[in-house]
Design a protein around this ligand. Sequence first.
Ligand code: M6R
Length: 591
Amino acid sequence: MCGIIGYIGKKNALSAVIEGLSKLEYRGYDSAGVAYQYNSNFKICKEKGRVIDLKKSLTDSHSNLAIGHTRWATHGEPSQKNAHPHCSFHQRFILVHNGIIENYQKLKFEYLNTYSFISETDTEIIADLIEYFSNTLQVEDAIRKTMSVIEGSYACLILDTLHQDRMYFIKDKSPLLLGKDEEGISFASDITGLLGYATEYMPLDDKTFGVVIQDKIELYDMIGISKEQIFKEISIQEEEINKKTFDHFMLKEIYEQPMMIRNLIRKYFKGEEVILSKKLLHLLRQCDKVNFVACGSSMYASYFAKYYFEKLCGIPCEVFCASELVYSTPLISKRPFFIFFSQSGETADLIAVMKKIKRQNYPVLTITNTMESSMVRLSDYALDICAGKEIAVASTKAYTAMVVTSAILARAVSGNKTNLKNNLKAVSLAMEKVLENKEVCKGIAREIVDAQDLFYIGRGIDYWTSLEASLKLKEIAYIHTEAFSSGELKHGPIALITKNTPVIAIITQEGTNRITRSNLEETASRGAHTYVISSKGLSLPKDDIIIPNVAHYLSALVSTVVVQLIAYYAAVFKQNDIDKPKNLAKSVTVE
Ligand code: M6R
């Protein structure tokens, strides 16, 4: 949530910040702002709305030092007043912040009772506290003192009007990357924000404090001990974050799924063998339970991981919703193993659970699309899902990549010689077939686009796909959609069926084909407008979408492409902002 950018150097800092903010806009997009040095002064420009609106209102075009912010509102409505950067009461300090200060009301009362506040944000008090403490302390100490009293999460870039040649930064729990090239130093909430302005980067640790003075970086821990600076080369290319000829990133990412599968095969298979860390495989083989922890689509992907581990490895598994697990204390087995799924690797709910688990010394693996993320740094092991950068807020290729990666991992743990590699190749071809027939999905999208409510149903594997299908329609088409295990309908939800309610059944499993069809029939008898997505081997001539046959345990990968396309086209018909749906953000860095 929220993206921050900073640049100090020889290139144009205003361009660096505006370009960076456009790349980070997926993190939040209800307002945006910049602060920059101009003629020995700092200027602030902020706007409600998108980065493009901000760009239009900028009166200057050049600076060598600037910070910027794109916001996902947590405290205070989206407005110009609440947009960042925020200034301290006496206008000395200016800052941008990603995160939440949980004790900001208490701190106002404790230290700032003579101050008045312009915004409704929790952020403004950080600038005020630094100013307040700097009445008696050096700026560096005032910032450290502020870090010691604020509770919550933060990544901040701070400007001091009395020392205009420098940029301070602090970080705890929210992500912040430091980048550099020969011409300057930059900051961003994720690596894409650095592209074009840095060739090397360094993810900052929690409780880091530092300052950049012209081209010199100083990095300290909370008590002022200097920290080592270890930079890595940036390997991601600009073209990876380019929409190319597609209308939306979401559509491009849907189309990248067959390639993603081939990449995963190349990455993990050597001949017929899966090559993974021996120690990781050993730990997984000797554990007595695998606990999967995730949120949203990633949690739905982990239902498949549970299925693969139980079927192939015979290890009992449980799926936990991270935001629930963080506040509960389930019974933990004697030799547990924890696997976290996260596209971004920055989800606050997951990081909170992971820290709790790590305190108990349980082994942790993160399966992610962001190998430079906070979660990877906290974990004992990490596996790359190799999906390539996912820009659209609604996850598509990262979700299917998690399903594939978990099948590969389970195959390696089991030592079982299933024909997974060839079966996956068949899946990538089947996905391509679905994409060739996208007009059929578009046709269904057109029919359901005005529905008030819609239901996806299925059993087992098809039920988990229904959960993801329903989330996609909610997220981007704003249609109230629920997923039900088809057997559960008669226990309550069938009461919701009225004339023409669309009910879409997913049928890819032989064992549940007939019974799901009967359940669908029961909704039709009550007026529902029914649709069937079925695998070829189980299909009836009247079915609406027939997908190619693949190994039954991988069929969801193919049916998922269908439901992604239905959601995508429904959103196109509604003329929604598909890549940046309302109220959402790609990286959920607040609990
Ligand atoms: O980055 P993560 O995989 O940890 O994110 C988890 C969820 O926030 C995410 O899957 C969300 O549900 C997506 N918007 C789904 O499209």
